[in-house]
Design a protein around this ligand. Structure first.
Ligand SMILES: [Zn+2]
Length: 331
């Protein structure tokens, strides 16, 4: 974090967020940093080999979010695509210098269920190196493209732990055509793997008798009226005292992005209500106490601790639900 101090009270300064001056954050603010043409919705028409032909807008659209967070004195966790770190290292350094947590969102944005374990391990290695070289420290938080750790890809958690990752946010406890484990624990919890333990911090869902409703990010945030999002998040926040996890993408605040051809469902999911997203974000940031994923886990009292020596996280015995993976599910 860049802390700017001033000897003169008349000198214009921007004072970065300071932990002691902030409320204990209850909601993790997370951003998946990718360009508008790298999303899974259009991956049936646009392969990574085509990416160089599209005008990149990820720097400007990410800055829209960075400025909003500055205005609200909020830090968050940014999951960076390795490809973006390679092409735009100055953006990643700006994110780091604003005090945000830098995580990994894979290198090529391929859903894990389309990869073999070896292909995922190699993609993860490339991304971890690309991001780590830019920020000059280990990367320990991960989110899979399209929340693609599902029942058939739980083996990926072992590879993440093996690569030094301490927190994952890839398991969406919902029923969906592309991702999700509907009966997964919606609370942050520890998963044991053969390579060690890893924390899982799922995106927030609202539990109903008909199943879990995703409420905190992406297309759901754009589709729902803000009052509905606020009501459901408040219910989870106040009634259940659960830590919240919100997610957004830079292209969701980029109203003027080029319109791509694709299936109607993909176009609906990608383009619905782009025009109102930034305003909703502004309202959201005024409503809840946000922080990085690590800060929220630390504040949750669930047994999560960081060491002072580095950015690694010591996993204490948690007084909470602990998910386990059977050996058959691991490599
Ligand atoms: Zn993504």
């Amino acid at each position: 974090m860049n802390l700017t101090t001033s000897a003169s009270p008349t000198e214009s300064t921007r004072v970065a967020p300071q932990p002691e001056a902030r409320t204990r954050p209850r909601c993790a603010f997370t951003v998946d940093v990718e360009d508008y043409y790298q999303v899974d919705a259009f991956s049936d028409r646009i392969s990574p080999l085509d990416w160089a032909h599209f005008p990149s807008r990820v720097v400007d659209s990410t800055w829209t979010i960075l400025r909003l967070l500055r205005d609200h004195n909020v830090r968050g966790t940014f999951f960076i695509l390795g490809y973006v770190a390679h092409k735009h290292p100055e953006l990643v350094r700006a994110i780091r210098d604003d005090g945000h947590e830098v995580g990994c969102h894979s290198y090529w944005h391929r859903p894990i269920h389309r990869l073999t374990p070896e292909e995922f391990r190699e993609d993860l290695r490339q991304a971890t190196e690309a991001i780590g070289e830019v920020i000059g420290q280990p990367v320990t938080t991960f989110r899979a493209p399209t929340f693609s750790i599902r029942g058939d890809t739980l083996w990926a958690l072992e590879l993440l732990a093996e690569a030094g990752y301490r927190i994952d946010s890839s398991i969406f406890p919902v029923r969906h055509d592309k991702y999700g484990i509907p009966d997964a624990d919606p609370l942050p919890h520890v998963r044991e793997t053969a390579a060690g333990a890893i924390w899982e911090f799922p995106p927030t869902v609202y539990r109903t008798s008909l199943g879990n409703v995703p409420i905190a990010g992406g297309g759901y945030f754009r589709l729902l009226p803000f009052a509905a999002t606020r009501w459901m998040m408040s219910r989870v926040h106040l009634a259940d005292r659960r830590p919240l996890m919100f997610y957004i993408h830079p292209w969701e605040v980029d109203v003027d992005q080029p319109r791509l051809r694709g299936r109607w469902k993909s176009r609906f999911r990608h383009y619905q209500n782009l025009r109102t997203t930034a305003r909703k974000l502004d309202l959201l940031l005024n409503t809840f106490s946000f922080g990085t994923m690590t800060e929220v886990l630390e504040a949750s009292g669930m047994g999560y601790e960081t060491t002072s020596a580095d950015s690694s996280i010591a996993i204490a015995a948690p007084h909470m639900s602990v998910g386990t993976i059977s050996p058959a599910e691991c490599l």
